[in-house]
Design a protein around this ligand. Structure first.
Ligand code: NAD
Length: 355
């Protein structure tokens, strides 16, 4: 028996097709008057925000379309000014992890209800974690007050996701589940959720490759992303996420693509030390072999980005990245050794087989 302590932090969640029509009801339920919509400045997200704003009528206090990747502090400070100017008493964030990150950064500062409407599979909406970039360094904190009040998953919104982002975002979610499985805070509930999340995403991404509009598969991927977010929100992050935060925050690499490139290598690094977790993953997806190889092969079959070099990383920066990723102490199944971390990063740089 493995002892554990568990306290669940899961927002009220609505998942289905056409569910954005339920936003006004949720706002009424929260008993708030002035909603600030948070989004980004792309035509698609602005149009979606307009539809949602119209449905809220006089309760829509304004739109802040400033969300960008990695939640830079200066963007949050400007958005906070907007929120105060329009006397917002609540937030609705509509978009991927970047937009929801800005919603969380505002909600925790303003102490107001936050309805998150995710349009990718990043899973941020289900975690009390906020990563913010200050002076080029991404720092992460966890606080139950960061957790959105309500999540509304509308599967229809994921139909516009290009396949490349469908895959990298889905693999980002798989990464949350993988780290949960070898975390010190694992318990039977999170374990089954993580395995369920991996198996839903692993199979749905393969279906979506040939049938991007398959609603069952879109629903399965979204359910997997929800499970992944819950898992990440209840465990501490390990090597994989720390590496990705370093590569994103300090070297500006794109989030989901970086997770995709790094996941098989981080899994290979921990393969021996976390052999039980890796075996459970292989069993959950019906793969006869090492789980790191399974993810590597999945990525090859989906045709996702292959290497750090392809993402624009400079070879000269690998030593700095290995130093930063090994600097702060955090629990990880295999000990963090500079030489091994550098080797991992070099393999990922060239896109070599992880195992
Ligand atoms: P993103 O939000 O940056 O979006 C990536 C791109 O996809 C953008 O150009 C966006 O316009 C587009 N997009 C989003 N939804 C779309 C849709 N339905 N159709 C077409 N295009 C769409 O990317 P992301 O990977 O979702 O989020 C990354 C950010 O989220 C990072 O800053 C990361 O740190 C954060 N994150 C945080 C957590 C957490 O728990 N705190 C978890 C995961 C990710």
């Amino acid at each position: 028996m493995r002892a554990f302590t568990f306290e669940a932090h899961i927002p009220r969640t609505i998942l289905g097709s056409g569910t954005i029509s339920r936003i006004p009801d949720e706002i009424r339920r929260l008993n708030v008057e002035r909603v600030l919509l948070i989004t980004e400045s792309t035509d698609r997200q602005l149009a979606l925000s307009k539809t949602i704003g119209d449905s809220l009528g006089s309760h829509c206090a304004g739109v802040c379309a400033d969300a960008v990747m990695h939640t830079p502090l200066e963007v949050t400070e400007k958005a906070l000014e907007t929120a105060l100017q329009v006397h917002a008493d609540s937030l609705v964030s509509i978009g991927g992890g970047s937009t929801i990150g800005l919603g969380k950064a505002l909600a925790v500062r303003m102490n107001v209800p936050h309805v998150a409407v995710p349009t990718t599979y990043a899973g941020s909406e289900a975690t009390p974690i906020l990563g913010e970039t200050v002076n080029g360094e991404k720092k992460t904190r966890s606080d139950p007050r960061i957790l959105p009040t309500t999540i509304i998953y509308d599967i229809d919104l994921t139909l516009s996701l290009p396949l490349s982002l469908t895959f990298t975002s889905g693999i980002n979610a798989i990464a949350h589940c993988v780290e949960a499985l070898h975390s010190e805070q694992i318990n039977p509930l999170i374990e089954s959720l993580a395995l369920q999340g991996i198996s839903s995403l692993y199979s749905s991404l393969q279906i979506l490759k040939d049938a991007p509009n398959n609603m069952d598969a879109r629903g399965q991927a979204t359910t997997g992303a929800w499970a992944a977010g819950i898992c990440l929100g209840h465990v501490g992050m390990a090597l994989h996420h720390k590496l990705c935060h370093t590569l994103g925050g300090t070297f500006g690499l794109p989030h989901s693509e970086t997770h995709t490139v790094m996941l098989p290598y981080a899994m290979a690094y921990n393969a021996e030390a976390a052999s039980c977790a890796m075996r459970s993953i292989s069993n959950a997806i019906g793969y006869d072999g090492n789980a790191a190889k399974a993810i590597w092969e999945l990525e090859r079959s989906l045709g996702t980005v292959r290497s750090l070099q392809d993402l624009g990383m400079k070879k000269d920066d690998l030593v700095k990245a290995a130093t930063l990723a090994g600097q702060s102490r955090y629990p990880n199944p295999a000990p963090l050794e500079h030489g091994k971390l550098l080797n991992l990063l070099e393999n990922a740089f060239y896109g070599r087989p992880p195992i």
